[in-house]
Design a protein around this ligand. Sequence first.
Ligand SMILES: [Zn+2]
Length: 410
Amino acid sequence: MSKVTLDERRFRERFEEFNEIGATAAGGVDRPALSDENRAARDLLVEWFRDAGLEVRIDEMGNIFGRREGREPDADPVLFGSHVDSQYNGGRFDGVVGVLGALEVVQALDDAGVVTDRPLEVVSWSNEEGVRFQPDMLGSGVYAGQFDLEYALGVEDDDGRTFGDELERIGYDGDAPCEADGVHCYFELHVEQGPYLEDAGLSVGVVEGVFGFSWMNVAFEGQANHAGPTPMDMRQDAFVATADVTKAVRELTATGGEDLVGTVGSVDVWPNAINVIPERVEFTVDVRSYDDDVVDRAVDRVREEVAWAADREGLEFAFEEIMRLDASAFDDDCIETIAAAAADAGYEYERLVSGAGHDASYLNAIAPTGMIFVPSVDGVSHRESEFTEWADVVAGTEVLLRAVREQATV
Ligand SMILES: [Zn+2]
């Protein structure tokens, strides 16, 4: 294959310019899905796609595609990209690296005069983060047939505004059907969001799959009473039981399976007053592993711990598993393509599994899929201090370029 070189300077300048949109004082970005800042980011992206000669297509979920024709126009395209929505006060790298990296790949091919056999499509998925509209990965989820379009458009934010109305407001309620119509394969470049690659001193990770997870809602109902006169042996304290379960989740991760992680992340307490015994607590539990049996057993254990804690404290309880996603192993051929691309580019790499969900998890259900990780400094993400060394961003993009070219060759 003829040599194709990334234009590191163009790529870097574009990255900096893009992240001026919604920039925060602490060095992050605030561009939640379908906000005015998200619209501005989309507008700039579409402008750049057009400047790069890509044919832009916006679908009913506001997913943005940029297509570059190949020598064989009827062949299924190689699809690659990520997302440009952010957490509230999130980082500059999460998602953006994968979309702007994808754009750099097609421009580098243009610079070198290389036409691939298959068409190439760069994509930016809507609402990956799921901070303003839940669930997360909504755009890719509809595209991959995991959610109904009607359901997704009707999802509301905390102010009661629907996804569909907000999409229309920012002008991204596109006409193209939101469904996969023949995808040869999907690649996504993303920051690791964990400490593994940095600790190992590597620029590139070949992702073999994504953890499965379970989300649980728990409620304890006890008795409110005055914090002073009520004897300790007469209390039905919903928060004490919550604390017991939280501790049990932590202990469970030590014995429940090597890669098991567990988190009590959201807790609401009533009446939440300094001098009143907590009457009601609602909280969430998130458990994840690459082994679905480990997740199964962890869910059973959490359910038991909830019942025991309620019994000890004399509480009513409710337990509900609200979401379950099995672990997904990426396509062997895509994994090997990425590994070979990393080796050819001269990067040492390791194979790893993602603890976080990605658009690639849904794409994996409908097309052969692979992911490339680049290191997150201190394993930090979803924070303004999120950082990846630029050389590592370039390394990951170089691997993406090679993997895309390989798969685009018939
Ligand atoms: Zn992301």
